[in-house]
Design a protein. Structure first.
Length: 256
């Protein structure tokens, strides 16, 4: 605190010198090198005598760190609700869009409740990943940490590395929001179910939100492992959409 006070006094003194026309050429030259001219790289902006507010650059750096830790690819960072196409799509696709968008709006109120999660299930190619990545990007920009875990690729990377497994499982438990993409893609081994139960049960008990996309429907999730599936479905009770119907209409890769 004393350090910040000293910096505030230095900036106030510099500002007074500038007003009196006594700032040296070397000082002006140094100021031009600041990464953030608003706060002159100190992280806050003086709003009055002995008062200051956090600079926007600090907020942006925090968001950048969250995006980097999220493991969301640069391509996925471009996905948003604005570039998700609903025009001409079946009603169930519109419903999924509205569900994800509304989830983001009410997230601050529900994040610590039992029903704080979202599940988009069913038809491949219907935009489930797009919508939940859009929701992830929305939350990240508002300072909520998200970890993206593509189910099949994620387990393929860690199945033979116990150290990597422990580190990944720890992050999956503790992050603000965990996004599991394509849950049970190409089936599930006993090892995968055991690992996922450990993660999901921890989050269930501690009221930590999850996002889940899966080509499977509710009964399928319960058939694979009822204890795990029932926890996921209970957490996502208020925000679950099952996308079923004509695949030629629902799968954007097949739709004309």
């Amino acid at each position: 605190m004393a350090h910040l006070q000293k910096r505030m006094e230095e900036i106030q003194s510099r500002s007074m010198n500038q007003e009196n026309g006594t700032t040296s050429t070397s000082t002006t030259s140094n100021e031009e090198k600041y990464d953030c001219p608003k706060c002159k790289d100190i992280g806050f902006i003086i709003t009055g005598r002995n008062t200051a507010r956090e600079c926007e650059c600090v907020v942006q750096r925090r968001i950048n760190r969250l995006f980097k830790a999220s493991q969301i690819t640069d391509e996925f960072k471009k996905l948003s609700f604005k570039n998700f196409i609903t025009k001409g799509k079946p009603q169930v696709i519109v419903d999924a869009y509205k569900c994800a968008a509304n989830y983001c709006k009410v997230f601050p109120e529900i994040r610590n409740t039992r029903h704080n999660s979202i599940c988009l299930l069913g038809q491949p190619g219907s935009g489930k990943t797009h919508l939940l990545i859009a929701a992830s990007n929305y939350l990240l920009k508002r300072g909520v940490s998200v970890l993206y875990f593509p189910y099949r690729e994620g387990f393929d990377e860690i199945k033979d590395d116990l150290d990597a497994l422990e580190e990944k499982a720890s992050r999956m438990k503790e992050v603000d929001v965990l996004f599991i993409d394509d849950l049970y893609k190409r089936g599930a081994t006993e090892f995968e179910i055991k690992t996922m139960f450990s993660v999901i049960n921890y989050r269930y008990l501690n009221h930590k939100p999850i996002m889940v996309s899966s080509e499977l429907l509710e009964d399928d999730l319960l058939d694979i492992d009822e204890a795990l599936g029932s926890r996921i479905l209970e957490m996502g009770k208020d925000f679950t959409v099952a996308i079923t119907g004509d695949r030629k209409l629902l799968n954007h890769r097949l739709a004309k």
